[in-house]
Design a protein around this ligand. Sequence first.
Ligand code: GRF
Length: 223
Amino acid sequence: MNRERKFRLGVLGSGRGSNFVAIADACVAGKIPAEVAIVLSDIAEAGILERARERKISAQHIAPGKFRTKLDETAERAYIDALQKAEVDLVVLAGFMRILKGEFLRTFAQRVVNIHPALLPAFPGLEAWKQALDYGVKVTGCTVHFVDQGVDTGPIIAQQTVPVLAEDTPETLHARIQEAEREMYRAVIGGLARGQITVRGRTVFWKKVEQRMCVDGHLGLNS
Ligand code: GRF
């Protein structure tokens, strides 16, 4: 039987995997024309590995090596090898708490995306929702971007705003941002799998609508 090859995702995460679950379930439901080929984590007991195994998706813990915030050379090679062996077309970071650099990004040039819980370039780095709350902004949100050599600096693919409410705690704000994240990540990965998203310099275009993706812009959520 000659089945058409599906677009293949490699998902990297360190946490409980709520974004991964939304992506994997959207693939199965046909909302994203892709399949999750492999899930990798730097944390052996991360929920994301468990969620993948429940779905019969290949899931591996690969130890990060001697550094605290990035992969050492041996670990980086092991991540690259696992993703290449799984023949992934796109690397999706879903709460992966290690900075990816050099050889990894050269191997998967413009094929690594990340979701960040703030409207970049505001509040890069850790606990961005808490940074936003402490700063006193009235609106924050989330950003999907291509990953480059910097921290949260790559070309922005899509952003979604989330209002900050007077009664918000870090937990309630983070929960609302995560709801927005799941919807937006799904739409963007769908767009990438369909070949609709192109990047020129720092500017990302959504082919179908021929317009720049912007805050509250058309995300192709129903496409
Ligand atoms: C997400 O909130 C994302 O913004 C950040 O890490 C978190 C991962 O959560 N990059 P989960 O593991 O997908 O639940």
